[in-house]
Design a binder for this molecule. Structure first.
Ligand SMILES: [Zn+2]
Length: 333
């Protein structure tokens, strides 16, 4: 039996997930380790290379076949054509960093890099909530807001590979400052950090003051999950923050529907668990703004792959040609 596989990596701010994925997108072997994202650029790459070699050694011991390709999902905008990471908010050392070339030199093999939300969108398209679809949008609502746009079955990359940054559409003209430097972006409202800020404002907390413990997880961090538990118990502040975030989300999604006319919208990330609490306000905006809403409502569903979306998607990006220019080379060795 042919047990060749593709290496998929998902570089996060905390964890580096690695996996051996079958050419059809099935997880065969999975590992998680520290991403060492605050190290120097070289040390981070060395860590990634070490994890890849380690995974391949384990795969060999387990009787898997050859590694066919290597795909790496990166948290931040990058040029998929050149493999240069422009800026990654959680990997400060990577600014205009030629990640792909450096990793290829280190491993003496072809590597494909892809934005993590784009990779996740690919994963959902082939093996998740968007299976069998052709025109799909993925929004990841976490610390930030990421996006992936699939048109006619392919990820839209744009001229320099930066299309699909759905978190940075403006939903408020003179709105809150976003991490990207602009103001009023969707990310400033529909991310966990945006919600935390909105909650603190509603509670009239002084800047820097701690939130009440009911909104925090066990580690003392604000969490969408803790706030949704509060909302489900009828906490009016939590209910209002979700309604507000849902409204901004609806405004943004309505625009996306008008631009792309997708058949499905997939929502992933930690905040997606609270989709039910945002849905009413979100749908109200979509119905009043999306031209297609009256014709045929577009299903808005939760992502199916969860934390494995990135590694599966990275492997698929390396395999199936969705990161342009380079993929055919992956099959030559
Ligand atoms: Zn922004």
């Amino acid at each position: 039996m042919n047990r060749d596989y593709v290496v998929g990596l998902d570089m996060g701010g905390t964890n580096l997930r690695s996996a051996a994925v079958s050419p059809t997108g099935r997880l065969l072997l999975r590992r998680t380790g520290p991403s060492k994202a605050t190290d120097t650029a070289e040390a981070i790459v060395e860590n990634i290379a070490a994890r890849i070699l380690e995974l391949e050694a384990t795969a060999h011991r387990r009787g898997l076949g050859r590694p066919l390709a290597i795909g790496v999902a990166v948290p931040g905008p990058l040029n998929v054509h050149t493999g240069v990471v422009y800026a990654a908010p959680h990997v400060k050392a990577w600014r205009g960093y030629p990640l792909r070339d450096i990793l290829e030199r280190r491993l003496s093999r072809t590597v494909v890099v892809e934005n993590d939300a784009n990779a996740w969108a690919l994963g959902e398209l082939h093996h998740g909530a968007a299976r069998g679809r052709k025109n799909v949008l993925l929004l990841t609502l976490g610390t930030g807001v990421g996006g992936g746009v699939v048109v006619d079955g392919r990820i839209v990359h744009g001229t320099v590979g930066m299309a699909g940054e759905l978190g940075h559409v403006a939903v408020e003209l003179d709105g809150k400052r976003c991490d990207c430097g602009a103001s009023g972006c969707l990310e400033a409202y529909a991310s966990t950090s945006g919600m935390q800020r909105m909650l603190a404002e509603r509670l009239k907390l002084q800047p820097g003051a701690e939130l009440p413990p009911v909104y925090l997880d066990r580690g003392g961090q604000f969490s969408a999950r803790a706030m949704s538990a509060q909302a489900r118990h009828g906490d009016p502040m939590a209910v209002a923050v979700f309604a507000s975030a849902g409204r901004y989300l609806g405004v943004a999604i309505a625009s996306f529907l008008n631009i792309f006319n997708p058949e499905l919208v997939v929502i992933g990330g930690g905040v997606a668990t609270a989709l039910g609490l945002m849905r009413r306000a979100m749908m109200r905006e979509i119905k009043s703004r999306a031209l297609t809403a009256a014709l045929k409502p577009v299903p808005i569903v939760r992502a199916a792959l969860g934390p494995n979306g990135g590694v599966i998607g990275a492997a698929l990006a390396a395999m199936n040609g969705d990161s342009p220019c380079r993929n055919q080379q992956n099959f030559r060795h």
